[in-house]
Ligand binder design. Sequence first.
Ligand code: ADP
Length: 490
Amino acid sequence: MDTSPLKVLFLSPEVVPFAKSGGLADVAGSLPPALKRLGMDVRLVMPYYRIIKEKEIESRVVTRDLKVPLGGETLQADVLMTSLVKGIPVYLLDREDLYDRPNLYGTPKGDYYDNLERFTFFAHSALRLMEHLDFVPDIIHCHDWQTGLIPALIKGPYSQSQHFSRTATIFTIHNLGYQGIFPARKFPITGLNPVDFFHLDGLEFWGNISLLKSGIMYSDAITTVSPTYSMEIQTSEYGMGMEGTLQFRQEFLYGILNGIDYNQWNPAKDTHLPTPYSPNKMKGKMGCKEALLQEMEMDSSLKDKPLIGMITRLDTQKGLDLLVTILEKILALDIGLVILGSGDEKIQTAIKKAANRHPGMVGLYIGFNEPLAHRIMAGVDIFLIPSRYEPCGLTQMYALKYGTIPVVRATGGLQDTITPFDKQTGEGNGFRFGPYEAKAFLAAIQQAVEYYKDALVWNQIQANGMQADFSWDRSAEMYSEVYQSILKRS
Ligand code: ADP
């Protein structure tokens, strides 16, 4: 029997602590160590973005001459190596003209015009690098559209290579809203044969190329990040045009809930907090609240009132349009509101206007600020996530750990992690609403604000949430099972 560790090549366009735009990066930073704890040999490859260069992390040169096909040409790349944690190498793909840019995927004005080239280059480079290193992966685990080409490449041009003859691929969808759509005329860039790959059962999607569809169609298994979302995306309401494709591959589609990293998100040892706290010593939470009110220049009288928070991309996916609709009504509940977010300018303006109308009651920080995210999570009492759709969502799980009660829309991973509090049984860890309607959202907030006034009940809800365990090890076991099942099959 072969007892050598399972070799996993883990490909994500963003990875904490190197580069992050959303929850995908958190997952890519935490799942590999959990897989390693299960005994796997895991390696990552990612682009060497400017933001990583600026961090001046320690690295060494692997090669300065990796030859990579792109369209009809062969380009050259440098590869550096650093590590995620001890024993997990991260190969950084350095190609200045493609990755040394102010942002990961585009500017507020839109996506970079050459994202197909950038991520096709990434896909070919990752495979060429494995050949160069003589690392033969059993599994290539791809994440989101930026890596969607890889399963097709493995089944197409690279199927000739002895190197990948036993390699199986798995594709994880973190958000179906991002489909990697490009004009059909650019197909030659991919390096795939159009007769074999550009058709209805391939990368073709309404006349365009979709790299997300490539990942769905050609991988040996598809996963998404919660059981409920894995069902939802097969319906026309949530499928965003991909529902037919997903139904077609339903037999190989799994929903595995993300975990969270309790080394980073734990109020007892969170170095960003002025006063750490734990379930048995909750006094520190009030310290965090007072410090947050001061930091956000809010009225100190709010310390005895419900303080409501949001940390989010300012995007309609996240339900910000609902929030804007009922902002005045929320503020009429005699509460404070703290929002940390970046994104849509119209949403920013609407919140700024409300903040001006209610001096001292609204704390607003526009931008991406990780330490502040921790301080808000600890300092607020109630956390809002009214998402239109939510593949998994991480912040509700952070909130639970911080004794901050989530008010969420019952969708995707929010539905799988938040159970409505029931006063009769004392069970439940938050508040939920069903229809995507401002009225339903407001009613759920009102309910939370009502319960806040009853300290005993509130402590019970907090305790229920704080004892929940969403650590990565359980999810990693499930990924391991999927890896084993596709290896057996192939
Ligand atoms: P998504 O990936 O759809 O944006 P998730 O809930 O899965 O949503 O993950 C969002 C992650 O990004 C969380 O770790 C959250 O704390 C973080 N985050 C979002 N916006 C900000 C911000 N403006 N500043 C700091 N962290 C943020």
